[in-house]
Design a protein around this ligand. Structure first.
Ligand code: NI
Length: 386
């Protein structure tokens, strides 16, 4: 089902309109209304489970299973610097991750499938999800609102800059990392820099902790177990000769296995506690578990890989490494068989990565996404009900 030039042009127009009107997570009011209106104009029934999402329902002419396909809708608090004629009209808000393209793809899929009901053996839910970029995000809310009840499988995709344009990236098993965050505050005792013996120096303590945290991945985890512990924030003191009372650091933990996350947390607690005790300081450690790892079902992903090879040729489909970024589609993947794939958009024309003020997508890949998923969804239902 190669989309017609007319349909592709229409989808690109949708992307540009949505790009001009970006909205932040949990505030996608206009976006939601626009998508709903587009779906209803196609004769597609819609509903919303949280008041922030839109779900379109395409019921095929034949009985069968229910499957879902998801696009995210939110933008980021970034001031756009692309100089595109359809740049963001909303100050300091930008579609800098490609979710505008994701919506355009799903609207394109909707438009084709709404006219192909005779080919559909079951029901397809078009899930326009809010708040992918924030915690707690839209996927958690939709799972809690029973989106997945009675749903056999769910598919998702990301236009992905690290992969070259025209290439589809697939992976089975743990595909995107789980992401936790932590912050450590050391409570020491301040004083004059010339009289350290009268102080409990939180700067020295936090420095020792930061160095020791780097031993978790290298010394405590199995070498084949991939994980990251990174400190992104560090504050201590305000003047060259004053030892401050407190110091703080915060950071992120990434992993592909929830047991690994528990082990990292356990080791972090003991490192912080041990070092603080040794120095006579007290501390607060906040550790928050965020998105779990995104797990791609093997059978479903092999199916998607075969579909992509069928449409675009074996040479244009690649098995990729796990990605240390996180994605709240992961919450679906812990509930039902899921497959999340990557549509390459990397090129010299758009060298900027996701979340960069000059990030742009290769619009030619919108038609690739539409073609791949219209075929895959129809074929999946046909095979599932055969
Ligand atoms: Ni994204």
């Amino acid at each position: 089902m190669k989309p017609t030039t007319e349909l592709v042009d229409w989808a690109i127009e949708q992307r540009r309109y949505l790009h001009q009107h970006p909205e932040l997570s949990h505030k996608e009011h206009e976006t939601k209304a626009y998508v709903k209106q587009q779906l209803e104009q196609m004769g597609i029934d819609t509903y919303s489970l949280t008041g922030k999402d839109v779900i379109g329902v395409i019921k095929g002419q034949h009985e069968g299973k229910v499957i879902g396909v998801r696009s995210d809708m939110d933008a980021l608090p970034i001031k756009e610097e692309t100089g595109l004629p359809f740049s963001s009209k909303n100050v300091n808000v930008m579609h800098a991750c490609g979710h505008d393209g994701h919506m355009a793809i799903l609207l394109g899929i909707a438009k084709i499938l709404s006219e192909k009901k005779e080919d559909i053996h079951g029901t397809i839910l078009l899930v326009f999800q809010h708040a992918e970029e924030e915690l707690p995000g839209g996927a958690t809310e939709l799972v809690a609102a029973n989106l997945l009840d009675g749903v056999d499988a769910i598919f998702g995709y990301h236009l992905w800059q690290p992969i070259p344009s025209g290439i589809i990236g697939v992976r089975e098993g743990p595909t995107m990392a789980g992401a936790d965050r932590f912050s450590i505050t050391i409570k020491g005792k301040g004083g004059h820099g010339s009289m350290p013996q009268q102080t409990i120096d939180p700067t020295l303590i936090i420095s020792t902790i930061i160095t020791s945290l780097q031993s978790i991945v290298s010394r405590s985890l199995t070498p084949s177990d991939e994980a990251v512990v990174s400190i992104g924030e560090l504050h201590s003191g305000s003047n060259y000769n004053i030892i401050p009372d407190t110091a703080m650091a915060s950071g992120t933990v990434r992993y592909f296995n929830t047991e690994t996350s528990k082990e990292i947390r356990r080791r972090m607690e003991s490192i912080v506690d041990g070092i603080c005790q040794a120095h006579g300081a007290s501390y607060e450690l906040e550790y928050t578990h965020g998105d779990p790892p995104l797990f791609n079902d093997a059978k479903l992903t092999k199916f998607m890989e075969a579909q992509a090879q069928d449409v675009f040729g074996i040479e244009n489909v690649q098995r990729i490494d796990g990605i240390m970024g996180s994605e709240d589609f992961a919450y679906y993947s812990t509930e039902i068989p899921s497959s999340y794939i990557f549509i390459g958009i990397g090129s010299e024309a758009s060298p900027y990565g996701h979340h960069h003020p000059r990030f742009d997508i290769d619009e030619d890949m919108i038609s690739i996404g539409i073609e791949l998923f219209t075929k895959s969804l129809v074929d999946y239902l046909k095979e599932a009900n055969a």
